[in-house]
Write a protein that binds this ligand. Structure first.
Ligand code: ADP
Ligand code: MG
Length: 316
């Protein structure tokens, strides 16, 4: 199998653009051609997954395909964008058709949920590195940002936090206990909160997706918005499985562990939150604290020293 057969066999099947509005040209030419619909803005993000940094070599390729796209779609969710299309730059040490079939199958599974075509990419030989660029659309001027939180706003998060962090110790265990399956699933198959993000446009004052832990990512909202916040630790949503498996470490995982891909957003104090969020969006949202004047994060009134994940931070 050569590079072109590979493209034909594994990438082109994900590239049907006939149902995607405005996509004039996809896989097969030098460039994709995208016509942004009138009145809309293009919202774009790229994320790279490096083997042994972002995933272990043992990961099931189908999960890897899903996860690579999910973490990118999560950025679109945070902006409130409707997913439109994506591109894939992948470097692989060898050409393993079985691996490629599984990987592209995982990608296709999630792409089909949002009917987004793969419109192009690049395939090279090298260490296993996967970069995905996602493109989304929002009505002009409405994309959600990290900036915009105001003192008095309430802070909400979707879903439960810390689950993916709770899975880390189990990733290399051959037969993990059955109840850990939920945590592993949360790590391998994060759910981008696309519908929730779109609904938050024009409603939330600021939004971010939680990829590096609540304290670090909320910290970005605070820094961008020029405000501070206080979190109430008892209201941070923790799954029963996480509590059962890690006990009293659950809260610290929720605050500092990454990979949950839930949304954290700020919400004007004078607006009520609908009761039926779970029915509408398939996930609960929970108030976890309040934005205050000033700067920095407190938890239960005590100042919090930042400790999210930073690739370039020196390990002591
Ligand atoms: P070029 O040499 O012009 O950059 P390539 O030979 O790299 O083009 O790729 C041929 C076509 O296949 C292009 O349309 C490219 O977008 C597509 N393609 C290559 N690799 C991928 C990939 N990993 N995912 C999606 N499309 C890809
Ligand atoms: Mg070319």
């Amino acid at each position: 199998m050569d590079e072109f057969e590979l493209i034909r066999s594994f990438w082109a099947p994900l590239g049907d653009v006939s149902g995607a509005p405005g996509i004039q040209l996809g896989i097969g030419d030098d460039c994709a051609v995208l016509d942004v619909p009138q009145g809309m803005e293009l919202v774009q993000s790229v994320d790279t997954l490096v083997e042994s940094v972002h995933f272990l070599p043992e990961i099931a390729p189908r999960d890897l395909g899903w996860r690579a796209l999910a973490v990118n779609l999560s950025d679109l969710a945070a902006a409130g964008a409707q997913p439109w299309c994506f591109s894939l730059a992948i470097s692989l040490p060898d050409l393993d058709p079985q691996w490629l079939r599984e990987f592209s199958g995982g990608l296709a599974e999630l792409a089909a949920q949002y009917a987004i075509p793969l419109v192009g990419g690049d395939t090279t030989r090298g260490p296993c590195v996967i970069s995905i660029i996602v493109q989304g659309l929002v009505p002009k001027g409405t994309a959600l940002r990290r900036k915009g939180a105001r003192p008095g706003d309430r802070i909400f998060v979707s879903g439960t936090l810390g689950d993916a962090g709770g899975a880390l110790d189990w990733l290399q265990v051959e037969k993990p206990p059955a109840d850990v399956g939920f945590l592993l699933d949360r790590y391998h198959r994060p759910t981008p909160r696309i519908a929730l993000g779109q609904w938050l446009r024009g409603r939330a004052s600021a939004c971010i997706d939680i990829s590096d832990g609540l304290s670090a990512d909320l910290g970005h909202i605070l820094a961008s918005s020029g405000v501070g916040a206080n979190l109430d630790s008892r209201s941070i949503p923790l799954s029963p499985t996480l509590r059962d498996t890690v006990g009293s470490d659950a809260l610290s995982l929720a605050l500092t562990a990454g990979d949950d891909y839930e949304l954290c957003f700020t919400w004007p104090a004078d607006q009520a939150m609908p009761e039926d969020m779970r029915e509408r969006f398939g996930v609960d949202v929970a108030p976890v604290g309040e934005v205050v004047a000033g700067s920095g994060l407190s938890v239960d009134g005590k100042e919090w020293a930042a400790q999210g994940y930073d690739h370039f931070k020196r390990q002591k």
